[in-house]
Design a protein around this ligand. Structure first.
Ligand SMILES: *Cc1c(COP(=O)(O)O)cnc(C)c1O
Length: 342
């Protein structure tokens, strides 16, 4: 893969903004370089634009080099950056498995980039050949989500690696749900896959959707491009501090994942004995996609009980389906009590 041929020429030539904090980041006692207020410490200071402390911790936990690690304002920022770096508006296109996470298409539309959807197979496996066939010389990015939202299906690492090796563009593998999966992360194979960008997030298993912290991992040249294009202070100080504290408590998170996986099994068992449930799809995530007798009616009836699930019945291949997030045991029991009434 020739990275320079994939990157928009304006981005390749970009002279990135040089902030006061990136020009001098050493230790000093008098900071008069950034027009900050001297009052209200520590929040009077701009945050570290490259989030070094946070990245060192992430890199250590994930077994990846700091230079291969990017931190964003949620995965959503990382997703948008792929378009802004690689895709010429009105000219280039991306190829995505479908159905999948809605933000891939929203960001394509915002950036005026053609979004080519390739339907999943009926068993929700990925049509890799179909995705390659949908690509042409203007395809810059392919979107893979594994485990996938909203289907819960996960691909084999070997199949993903083979696909990335055949693709002649950037392949994003969104691993937002990887902590719940029986399949390994692709992070361990990043060094053999120079065109792959792996995305993860603190929003799901790490229990921190409210702080907005997403991660991307790739070869250093791709990460450097992301750093050049992002807003200088894309991750605020509170988020950096909070994320560091959360990542240090990784055993607590591992315990919560275990609890949720046991709850997921319980929920699947209960759903299997529920007459309005026609099919339960296998899941590698913290949610279950179920085909029910009348998705709209059940969705609305649950709403009247104050229970919100996700109605996916108008999504292609998910007709008649509800997506149910695994909650606490009490929450799951409340849901089941009302579902059993159908
Ligand atoms: C929830 C989710 C994310 C998380 O996005 P953030 O911006 O990090 O909250 C990313 N990808 C997928 C597929 C998701 O379902």
């Amino acid at each position: 893969m020739d990275l320079e041929k994939l990157v928009r020429s304006n981005i390749l030539k970009l002279e990135p903004y040089s902030s006061a904090r990136s020009e001098f980041s050493g230790t000093a006692s008098v900071w008069l370089d950034a027009n900050e207020s001297p009052f209200n410490g520590p929040f009077n200071r701009y945050p570290d634009p490259l989030q070094l402390k946070l990245k060192q911790l992430i890199a250590q936990l994930k077994g990846v080099a700091v230079e291969s690690t990017f931190v964003g304002n949620g995965s959503d920022e990382c997703i948008d950056l792929m378009y802004r770096i690689f895709c010429r508006p009105g000219v280039d296109n991306v190829v995505a498995m479908s159905p999948s996470y809605g933000m891939y298409q929203v960001c394509a539309d915002v950036n005026d980039v053609e979004y080519r959807k390739v339907p999943l197979n009926d068993d929700f496996s990925i049509d890799f050949d179909g995705m390659l066939a949908a690509a042409d010389e203007n395809t810059k990015v392919m979107w893979i989500c594994s485990p996938n939202n909203p289907t819960g299906s996960a691909a084999e690492a070997e199949d993903l690696a083979k696909f990335a090796q055949r693709a002649e563009c950037i392949v994003v593998i969104d691993e937002a749900y990887i902590d719940f999966s029986s399949k390994p992360s692709m992070l361990g194979r990043l060094h053999e896959l120079p065109n792959v960008v792996v995305m993860q997030t603190l929003s799901k298993a790490w229990g921190s959707a409210g702080v907005r912290c997403g991660m991307a991992f790739a070869q250093p040249a791709i990460i450097a491009l992301m750093n050049n294009v992002k807003y200088p202070y894309n991750v605020n100080m509170l988020t950096q501090q909070f994320a560091i504290e959360r990542l240090r408590r990784h055993d607590e998170v591992a315990q919560q994942v275990k609890t949720l996986l046991a709850e997921r099994d319980w929920l699947i068992g209960q759903l299997g004995q529920t007459s309005c449930v026609k099919h339960i799809y296998p899941t590698d995530a913290n949610f279950v996609l179920v085909r029910v007798t009348d998705a709209n009616a059940i969705y609305n009836a649950l709403l009247r009980q104050g229970i919100v699930v996700r109605n996916r019945s108008r999504v292609e291949k998910c007709e008649g389906c509800l997506r149910i997030t695994v909650g606490t045991h009490d929450e799951n029991e409340t849901l089941m009590k009302h579902l059993q009434e159908f």
